[in-house]
Design a protein around this ligand. Structure first.
Ligand SMILES: Nc1ncnc2c1ncn2[C@@H]1O[C@H](COP(=O)(O)OP(=O)(O)OP(=O)(O)O)[C@@H](O)[C@H]1O
Ligand SMILES: [Mg+2]
Length: 264
């Protein structure tokens, strides 16, 4: 569990008994869980199970019909998004197309007095750290999908959020770019000691990057555990099938290639 071993981890986020309905339909059904400080927690589950709704509630973009959200022990359920010290990275990059990469990253800093007069400097420093410095004067239209997503991440990191919420940030990227970004994300999380909540459809992605994985379906949490624990001790039949059989299928498909490159 990396940084989570040793002393008892502190709790960063607590979701208590959260429920959300849309037009009478229950989308999140009495959800409770905690995220540890500095943890990389992935949320895995089929389409429509409530993953994005959960992130939107954490971000303050939706209000739950019942339950509370706590950040560092303080109830933030009614706090507006801007006061939650959380950043977001979504699938569609959402960059400002008419601004250079540098301005995309520095723009948000203008609204925070602590960066006044240093906006471009801070943005430039961050671009350097993410290996994007030479793109600073480019417009987003000139960038690849992977580069765009790195800029979106730089823009989020610039504000130094406590928690970063990711909603399928790599869904539109090709396999190679994904793999590279997955590795980078792990490094970034350690370097910035942020807490990451990462929604994905991709089990392999969730398993390779996360300290723990939350398995959801239909507005419920089935299990939150380390990837190995999900495989060793699935909480129910759903998890066993969703996680175990899926992984076994992939493993069988790849095994004959692994033998060829001597990794068997
Ligand atoms: N603003 C809304 N109004 C009405 N229904 C909504 C709204 N937002 C989400 N829903 C419904 O809530 C359910 C859960 O949606 P949500 O977007 O959270 O699922 P998801 O797990 O993120 O799915 P996907 O993996 O496809 O992104 C869906 O049935 C969706 O149609
Ligand atoms: Mg979604």
């Amino acid at each position: 569990m990396g940084s989570l071993s040793g002393a008892a981890p502190t709790v960063k986020l607590t979701v208590r008994d959260c429920t959300k309905r849309f037009s009478g339909r229950t989308v999140l059904n009495h959800i409770s869980f905690q995220v540890r400080s500095g943890e990389f927690l992935s949320v895995l589950g089929p389409s429509g199970c409530g993953k994005t709704t959960l992130l939107r509630i954490l971000a303050g973009l939706e209000t739950p019909d019942g339950g509370t959200v706590e950040l560092d022990g303080a109830d933030i359920t009614a706090l507006p998004p801007a006061r939650r010290r959380m950043g977001f990275v979504f699938q569609d990059y959402a960059l400002f197309e008419n601004m250079t990469v540098l301005k995309n990253v520095s723009y948000g800093l203008h609204f925070h007095p602590e960066f006044r007069g240093r906006e471009d400097l801070c943005a430039h420093e961050l671009l350097e750290r993410l290996g994007l410095a030479e793109l600073k004067d480019s417009l987003p239209a000139r960038l690849s999908g992977g580069q765009r997503q790195r800029v979106a991440l730089a823009r989020t990191l610039a504000l130094n959020p406590d928690v970063i919420l990711f909603d399928e940030p790599m869904a539109a990227l090709d396999a190679d770019t994904r793999l590279m970004l997955q590795e980078e994300l792990g490094q970034i999380r350690r370097e910035f000691s942020s807490t990451f909540l990462y929604v994905t459809h991709d089990q392999e992605e969730a398993f390779s990057m996360s300290d723990r994985v939350m398995v959801m379906s239909d507005g419920h949490i089935h299990q939150i555990d380390a990837p190995e624990e999900l495989l060793r001790r699935p909480a129910d039949e759903y998890v066993r099938q969703f996680v175990g059989e899926n992984l076994l299928r992939r493993f069988r498909r790849l095994r004959r290639f692994a033998e060829l490159v001597g990794e068997s």
